[in-house]
Ligand binder design. Sequence first.
Ligand SMILES: [Zn+2]
Length: 685
Amino acid sequence: MKGGRMSAPGRRKPRFRDAWRTWGTYRCRVAVAALAVAALLAGCGGGTRESGPAPERRVVVLGFDGVDPDFIDRWVDDLPHIKKLIADGAFRRLETTVPAASCTAWSSFSTGLDAGGHGIFDFLYRDPKTYLPDRTGAVSQKAEYLFGLFRTKPETFDTTMSGEPFWKLVDRAGLRSVVLRVPCIFPLEEMEAGRLQAGLGAPDIRGTEGTFHFYTSKLSPRQAADPGLGGKVISIGRGPEIETIIEGPANPLAEEHERLVTTLRATVAGPDSLEITIGDSTQTVRVDQWSDWFRMSFDVTPFSSIDGIARVRVISTQPDIEFYLSPVSHDPSDPAIRVTEPWELSQEFHATVGDHKTVGWNHETWGLNEERIDEDAFMEDVFDTMRKTEEITFHELDSKAAELFVSVFVETDRTSHMMYRLIDPDHPGYDPELAATHGDAILRTYLRMDEIIGKVMSRLEEGDTLLILSDHGFHSWRRGFNVNTWLVQEGYMTLKGGAAHTAKKFLLDVDWSKTRAYALGVGAIYLNMRGREGKGTVSPGAEARALATEIAEKLKMLRDPASGELVVEEVYKAEETWSGERMSEAQDLQLGLASGYRVSSATPLGGAPKGLFEDNLKKWSGDHATSRTSATEGILLSNRTIREADVAIVDLAPTILQLLGIEVPASYVGKALTLGPGKVTGSME
Ligand SMILES: [Zn+2]
């Protein structure tokens, strides 16, 4: 039974239908388990929606995360479609948010609010009573099971973001929208006439941003320590036959934390290949090649499983056996969490483009950063993933009539993070040999972006508005700044026993009775405020303001002894930077560092290691999140001219609503831009 479930735009459907959409797949699973005939009666199957009449006007928005205007300037002659937009339409540097971090910026794009309004001040927030950090974004609510056998309610999520994405207003106005992978907007909104795909924020099957498995016979079980970030290292025998496990999701029925596992078998199949079996599928995988997708099931009960997909990369077969399993995505053909709205859209995408990652952080950055895969493996996967995203984008753009179309690509950000060291000879990780072979990785990603833009331009019709944006720009990250160590050195923080530094994270060694300020997250500094923090020492009001000013002024004079350069270009004070209902959660100060610097990797989790500065020798070599906002602009391109010279990411939501004839909420902090006529329609001639 297919089709017919979508109503015309603007017509409100009865409430039970929303419930059906949410739980339909689950009811089907229960029904299938109980009786196949019942499943047919229950009306299981993919949901196709009528596309309805062609829209009178269309706003097409393409997002490319982290595209830097300086790179556009540098490579513009290689980017013919962007060049045409610059010539015939508009190109602006787009003011980003404070901080210039993706989740803050995309939340502002979506809600029209600054961080004081939407509450996403960082990728972390802290509990001021305990000083412990937690991730912003989605908070999981466990799945429910009937008699411990049948899943009756899937795992759901609550968001920590306030405000409402502008496409909800479009939906309420009776217009249709397609919104694909806008970062950090998860869980997805329920829509009357919208098709949404989750981006960054949608977890992998383990409930994380993405956790790889690395299997190695080089290390004993005792030696096989997990890296700090994003992976599991598992010791295996030398073969020829190996049986090991994949650690999947937490068992939703277990009282204690316990992970469901499935079996992985590997056999040496030749001098440069392994035969790998996961579930029902066996593939021979050669060294330095990605496998096809493996499907795997993690059984919760005899009637209910959580299913995933992942790929294998064989690193070596001799003398040691080493292979990598990518983070396991929820199976797009039968996801256990809502990765699309409506739920069944994921099955439609799967039927159209086949297996594709549903995890929001969908690139192998952790594997490369921990040096478990190489640059080739990383870049091949980047372009494979980008192609799937492109296929879904054009499947939607070509086949579904919608007044609003938004699709976001993140590859431009991920290659810039990982490969910046190969275009910056001053970077401590610069490797001339690798630069000769992979120094064009960021450019190649920009070339693919330009191709996609060209394909979208060729589909524009008279009256369509094309807006292309990035959320922030990029900088080399050569040196890390240990902010807490500086606070200790300057007497604002005291460690237990009067130590100058500590190996502990999470501020565990801090003597709070003698501490006035602490750093957590990407460039955030909080005062240890009385009445707000658990063991506050600083009185709110005049004392706090004076202290904030003193710290800011001292930081702005700080020089890196290695180069003599000033490190901190700007310190943003909360009350001068943001406004809105979430201001009580804001950091008191936010750093805006000079190009080349980022807070050290120990700082976000409250570490205070030895030394104020350190060379960044990690593959994650470009960054933006603690850079000065006014030096980290994104881009805005349009097929229409734009009257305003100064434009900001918070201007996008009001501009889009105004283009669609929808009243702009008074709470929005940006302005609707004035667009001239569109010159660029049709393909390049
Ligand atoms: Zn980024």
